[in-house]
Design a binder for this molecule. Structure first.
Ligand SMILES: *Cc1c(COP(=O)(O)O)cnc(C)c1O
Length: 427
């Protein structure tokens, strides 16, 4: 039987929001248009659960799109933020915490000796590209279709007219000149990468090593090695955008998991512990090109913000090897359960530690074309059915689920039960 969601208060707030905020939201995916409904307004969160303004409680698999690897309102994180706020929220001068955090991250992430903090992943990606261009004296970028690196102009390019051609902007307002230097090829397509590097001198090959913004589409065996070799051969720098995968798929991110080291790493999401923070890092040589050590300008009023740094340190303190083993077990339990719950509905459940996608597809998904070929209508109906049963999935086929360390075996069991009922409803 179809369950329905009580959402009177959310609907009222949405009506008001539409008058003052474009689309009623401050970031597009929150509007839930991709699953054919209006947004749900959240009132509070605790651990793995969130409660909306109508009093519905959900097991949350968005977790703010990745930052909340410990779940909502983790007591140690709340305490750290509160203590930091009581002594001043920002100074625009260095603090001890920033040094602790930089040291901790460089210990964890193999490709980072030195880093610069920013306030968003977009800013960090933009700055990493500036550094790559400065270091190589080149302008062109190679990126992958379906990969997201924030909303900077130069990367809002889609795979247009073939891999040898510079792409057209994928949003109005982005000048053609901004994307003219961006070449887009399909993910997991070794031949396309080889053709591109034969034709262009790139400043950077830019990749999400575990792409999770077209749904989760892990690299084919050897593909990341090919990217590293291609970068070396081409004279380009390899930039891993680990804004999602960093500090999530393993303690040291995808680069630790796969053993493939990038020249520059971009971090975000988990690194802020739920507050606005991101970073880019590399070898000391490269990073000392950044001002004031070097000549590449980059700055930020709230960069290294004391509250974000306190939240980050309190988060990282809880992320030891054991934590990743637990997150892996939770993710596997969820993936296995969802696969079984599908019971004949054609889906591909793809997962790695802390990330999961249910593609509504008969075929395995290897790239963006495969992701966009999914049955998004059925996926949308399934997501609405999950919401009505107290499970809050990412409201788009092209996003990943973010199980957290606050999700217990019992949460996962309840999720699988709800998912089975939702699959039956859309079968
Ligand atoms: C979220 C994301 C970004 C952008 O980060 P913001 O903090 O939203 O600006 C960049 N790259 C990847 C891989 C992301 O998932």
């Amino acid at each position: 039987m179809a369950a329905t969601l009580r959402d009177t208060r959310s609907a009222e707030l949405y009506e008001r929001a539409l008058q003052y905020l474009p689309g009623g939201v401050n970031s597009p995916v929150r509007a839930m248009r991709a699953i054919g409904r209006s947004p749900i307004f959240i009132e509070r969160g605790s651990g793995a659960e969130i409660t909306d303004v109508d009093g519905n409680t959900y097991i949350d698999y968005v977790c703010s799109w990745g930052p909340l690897i410990l779940g909502h309102a983790n007591p140690a994180v709340v305490e750290a933020i509160t203590a930091a706020a009581a002594t001043g929220t920002t100074y625009g001068a260095p603090t001890a915490g920033e040094v602790d955090l930089a040291e901790e991250i460089s210990r964890r992430v193999p490709g980072i000796e030195m880093l610069r903090m920013t306030s968003s992943g977009t800013e960090a990606a933009m700055s990493a590209i500036r550094l790559a261009r400065a270091a190589t004296g080149r302008e062109k970028l190679l990126k992958f279709a379906g990969a997201y690196h924030g909303h900077l102009d130069g990367l809002l390019a889609q795979a247009g007219s073939g891999l040898a051609t510079a792409s057209l902007p994928s949003s109005p307002g982005v000048p053609a000149a901004a994307t003219a230097a961006t070449v887009v090829v399909p993910w997991n397509d070794a031949a396309a990468v080889e053709r591109a590097i034969a034709q262009h001198d790139f400043a950077a090959i830019l990749a999400e090593p575990y792409p999770a913004n077209m749904g989760l589409v892990p690299p084919a065996p050897g593909f990341l090695d090919l990217l590293a070799e291609s970068a070396t051969q081409n004279g380009a720098l390899l930039v891993f955008d680990e804004v999602i995968s960093g500090l999530r798929v393993a303690r040291g991110g995808a680069q630790e998991l796969t053993g493939v080291l990038p020249d520059i790493t971009v971090l975000g999401k988990v690194i802020g512990g739920g507050l606005p923070a991101a970073a880019y890092g590399a070898s000391r040589d490269l990073m000392e090109r950044i001002a004031p050590a070097g000549d590449v300008y980059q700055a930020g009023t709230l960069s290294g913000n004391p509250l974000a740094v306190a939240a980050a340190l309190a988060t990282l303190r809880q992320l030891d090897e054991q934590a990743y083993l637990r997150l892996q077990a939770t993710t596997e339990q969820l993936a296995d359960g969802l696969r079984e719950a599908a019971d004949g509905v054609p889906v591909q459940v793809v997962s790695t530690t802390g990330l999961l996608t249910v593609f509504f597809s008969q075929e395995p998904v290897h790239d963006y074309a495969g992701a966009t070929a999914c049955d998004t209508d059925r996926h949308a109906a399934w997501c609405r059915a999950l919401l009505a049963r107290g499970v809050y999935p990412p409201p788009s086929q092209f996003e990943a689920w973010f199980p957290s360390l606050a999700h217990t075996a019992e949460h996962v069991e309840r999720t699988i039960e709800a998912a089975a009922a939702a699959f039956a409803e859309v079968a």
